[in-house]
Design a binder for this molecule. Structure first.
Ligand code: NAP
Length: 295
């Protein structure tokens, strides 16, 4: 803090590869501006073979915090000093801060961001829900841990590669045991289409990239016989409303778009970076303006 009460400028960023299309700099810089903070957020393109050196550089240059995206979320963990308990259970970090003691501490805000957005936008009672997670990659892991943390009694995973669905189920079973939860995790064989009638699932979550721009006509799975109290959710946010969601909406289901997850994971990272409540509406608007401009 300066003598006149103003904050000293600080540098934040995101590391990933490729990183050119990341919307995080636009979103985080808009948030700093909205709160009158003199900080800056920059995108750093870091090749996998340079990851360790990049982390040492972050330390030496005094970068105050950064987000981590594909493909570094898991591989970065051995190079930082501390990992928050939930991020350790997920096995991936997406947010790193430099503590007052100069240590790098990792968090994962993806799952919390997803759940916050889902509950806000749909009003779902997770303690009464049974999600079917489509996909078992990094995003699915963080979402699944937070769904369990939020009280889902059952979660089912369907993934193209069955062994990865089983691995994730085992990982979640360990989390359930560690946290003394009563939830159950199941695995469903992959299928390209699924009748929703007479199934136990109340919430379908696409966590695969299928349907993402420019391949917008592709569906992760074809859902039919959807009833009106079913929620269909997609974490892909470009396009804002995927074909998967359009088809579900046409059958009368409640839909949940992926943009909210992106905004909230960034907002929770912002809270860690500057210990201030993120200006969610500003962050959402700047990203929406950009995505709608590209339509
Ligand atoms: P990831 O770790 O690479 O996992 C991808 C998952 O999708 C795997 O389960 C993979 O199955 C499955 N998959 C990929 N291509 C497929 C295909 N053609 N058919 C069937 N399944 C397929 O990726 P991630 O980090 O989890 O990210 C997944 C998506 O979520 C990306 O589109 C990303 O942009 C989006 N995302 C959005 C947010 C947000 O804030 N809204 C946050 C994070 C990620 P296999 O195991 O068989 O390979």
């Amino acid at each position: 803090m300066k003598a006149d009460g103003r904050e000293n400028p600080r540098l934040f960023g995101v590391i990933g590869h490729p990183i050119g299309h990341s919307l995080s700099p636009m979103m985080q810089n808009a948030a700093f501006n909205a709160l009158g903070l003199p900080h800056h957020y920059h995108a750093f393109d870091v090749l996998p073979e340079h990851l360790e050196t990049a982390i040492q550089s972050m330390r030496v240059l005094g970068i105050n915090g950064f987000n981590v995206t594909i493909p570094h979320k898991e591989k970065i963990m051995p190079f930082i000093d501390k990992v928050d308990e939930e991020a350790a259970s997920i096995g991936a970090v997406n947010t790193i801060i430099r503590t007052n003691e100069g240590k790098l501490k990792g968090y994962n805000t993806d799952g919390a961001g997803y759940v916050q957005s889902l509950v806000d936008e749909t009003g779902v009672q997770l303690v009464e829900s049974h999600p079917l997670l489509i996909g078992a990659g990094g995003a699915a892991k963080s979402i699944a841990v937070y769904l369990l943390k939020s009280g889902c009694p059952h979660i089912t995973i369907a993934n193209r590669t069955l062994s990865k669905a089983k691995q994730l189920a085992e990982q979640l079973d360990r989390y359930i045991e560690k946290k003394d939860l009563l939830s159950h995790v199941h695995v469903l064989e992959w299928s390209d289409s699924l009748s929703v009638k007479d199934q136990p699932y109340t919430l379908f979550i696409n966590t695969t990239p299928k349907g993402m721009w420019p391949h917008t006509d592709v569906l992760p799975v074809t859902l039919y016989n959807i009833e009106s109290d079913i929620i269909v959710s997609d974490i892909v946010y470009n396009p804002l409303k995927t074909t998967f969601l359009e088809q579900a909406e046409a059958q009368g289901s409640i839909i949940h778009q992926g943009l909210g997850m992106f905004i909230y994971q960034g907002a929770f990272a912002f809270d860690y970076f500057v210990q201030k409540k993120a200006p969610i509406d500003v962050m959402r608007q700047v990203v929406l303006n950009h995505l709608q401009r590209d339509v």
